[in-house]
Design a protein around this ligand. Structure first.
Ligand code: 13P
Length: 280
């Protein structure tokens, strides 16, 4: 069923595990992820960035695509369709009106007060439509930067103020993670993560899941992380498989054969993520 993220994340918080948030880029990504989650009987949050929404044609196409796949593939696990890093109220409203069940409003580059105002506006609209909202405090390392700026890690007091004034359903405190590939190892502040999770009654989110070693993922879950976002890992695994296939099949031009030569790579990645996050 297409659901908001509330129930699955509260179960994850109670059970001390994390729900996979996996970004989709196209039909194949959505299909492979849904099939694997059904096979593994795992709930999932499908994250769609503003760029991916634009790439796929728009919010209505994304909602229609995911709903259609769920019906045709007979998906029974809970699926949450979530806008990732929306930068404006307008993007969130359009997505909610089209049928997205969750949104992230990313006001992290604004001063805290402005971030709170923007997030609050989105929360009011979203909650009146039974849609959940994620906010961000501090700044996650940018794609391609490889390292996070320590001065931009979230503080406990900012997170508490942000939660109390916005009433978000889940919070991503930036604590050393980076979008894309890391230069060296992720330098996560587990002590602060634990403190924030003890002060806030809502589930915490870890962005930049690609490239964080398994033991650090487990540590983060133990410190209160209940949603972990992964995008780049699937792209890299898919790319590696495609390059190998194209090398060995230079005369193939059927796009279905080319794109789907990365299917098992994506599915194996999703299987690993589910097993790791559930700490089976
Ligand atoms: P990665 O691409 O580093 O896995 O990060 C994904 C993410 O945080 C999406 O919001």
């Amino acid at each position: 069923m297409l659901v908001n993220s509330k129930k699955m994340l509260l179960s994850a918080k109670a059970g001390h595990y994390a729900i996979p948030h996996i970004n989709i880029n196209n039909l194949e990504w959505a299909k492979y992820i849904l099939e694997t989650c059904e096979e593994q009987q795992s709930p999932v949050i499908l994250g769609v960035s503003e760029g991916a929404i634009h790439y796929m044609g728009g919010v209505n196409t994304v909602v229609g695509l995911v709903k259609g796949l769920m019906e045709d593939l007979e998906i029974t696990v809970d699926v949450c369709l979530h806008v990732d890093h929306a930068k404006s109220f307008d993007t969130c409203k359009k997505a909610i009106d089209a049928g997205f069940t969750s949104v992230m409003i990313d006001g992290s580059t604004y001063p805290l007060e402005q971030n709170i105002r923007l997030t609050k506006e989105v929360v009011e609209y979203a909650h009146s439509h039974d849609v959940t909202v994620e906010g961000e405090v501090g700044v996650v390392g940018e794609q391609g930067s490889g390292v996070a700026d320590k001065a931009k890690y979230a503080t406990v007091s900012d997170c508490l103020k942000f939660y109390q004034e916005t009433n978000v359903d889940m919070l991503a405190p930036a604590l050393g993670s980076v979008h894309g590939l890391y230069k060296g190892e992720a330098d996560l502040d587990f002590t602060r993560m634990q403190e924030i999770s003890e002060q806030l009654p809502i589930p915490l989110v870890l962005h930049g899941g690609t490239g964080i070693p398994d033991d650090k993922i487990k540590h983060a879950i133990a410190c209160g992380i209940n949603k972990i976002n992964v995008n780049t890992e699937l792209q890299v695994e898919w790319h590696n498989a495609i390059v190998q296939y194209m090398d060995q099949n230079k005369s193939i031009y059927d796009p279905r054969k080319i794109i789907s030569s990365g299917e098992e790579a994506i599915k194996n990645s999703v299987r690993h993520i589910i097993t790791l996050f559930e700490q089976k």
